[in-house]
Design a protein around this ligand. Sequence first.
Ligand SMILES: *Cc1c(COP(=O)(O)O)cnc(C)c1O
Length: 427
Amino acid sequence: MLNDLRRVDKDVYEAVLKEVRREQIDIELIASENYVSMAVLDAQGTVMTNKYAEGYPGRRYYGGCKHVDVVETLAIDRAKELFGAEHANVQPHSGSQANMAAYFALLKPGDRILGMALDQGGHLSHGHPKNFSSKVFDIVRYGVNKETERIDVDEVGAIARKTRPNLIVVGASSYPRAIDFEPFAQIAKDVGAYLMADIAHIAGPVVAGLHPNPVPHCDVVTTTTHKTLRGPRSGIILCKEEHAKKVNSSVFPGIQGGPLMHVIAGKAVAFKEALAPGFKRYQEQILANACALAEELTAQGFRLVTGGTDNHLIVADVRPHKVNGIQATRILERIGITVNNNQIPFDPLPPTKSSGIRMGTAAMTTRGMTEPEMKQLGHIIASAMVHSDDSVRLRLLREETLDLADRFPVYPGILRRLYEQERSAYA
Ligand SMILES: *Cc1c(COP(=O)(O)O)cnc(C)c1O
């Protein structure tokens, strides 16, 4: 296993080995991460990385594409089936690239986009000042209601009528509640705007039928493939047939050159896995686990943004435990729990500190954890806050998370085989 890498480049090999180990011994609660299957890893490690395939299946600018065409066609057909979409483009290298291509397909520079503000739950690519989206387009923003901390479609409608955007983006990176796309479609129609949904985080629940599907209501839908969808790190675009040509030419030659065919192979495999019956069960468990973790965190004194969750993620206001988000993140890192600090809506603290942390259950659900482990984790997280100055207590909590991680292996075979191969790397 990894024998050639070990022989040729010890430095990279050892870093990879340590990453395998880190993924095994840490409790991964970053809401945007997951663990792909061995089959997806295999597909990405193939010779398809060698192939230039500019263009689309059957219409390439390079010869020798007959096998990569099979793979890309499978990925396209499976994506369409998963989401019930008329057209799919599986070439975007990432979620941000999918969004960039979608904007350029429907808009011209200077056009106006109405998107959710980052500090209220949106994504950088929805119009953050430092992102290309705000340099190329004229951005107007909506947020959540101050009392409910939820999207208020009446407020969105009022902003849209006042600002007359050319495109409305609906979707978020740290919004714990279900989004109803229908009223957004009505608003877009009223103001003559395109509607785009970005379901990077919630694609898994969407394909499992556990979250409303935006596809029937939107001109375009983008998603990453590596979050709840559990595929390789990448993006896709879904759209109505009428936009298919514009979307395709916006991805290539608009913003990208050759597609990453090995990653597209990984996407095809992940989509097959998502079409299989077990995937719905997996998504149901993600949501059940998020509810269980949310309940325990609430019982342990955290204040949850919106009071709970409808999806895989939770944003917890950590100030009741007398810490800020970055401090909480560092304390949890000491006991082997990985989260990210996150601003809460109307956060009085800057992003570098922030009042909250964001947690998601997709990754640990992949490892087989269920409600009892979520309760245990909620308890551990709160104990770490309470005893953050007590290194003995923190060490005991670290032992507890190590036991948990041991009981739920990530890649059972790999770790043991690598371990036998090179014990010294674990020193
Ligand atoms: C994660 C995310 C993206 C971007 O994904 P990258 O693959 O990191 O570029 C885009 N939109 C939303 C809403 C996201 O949460």
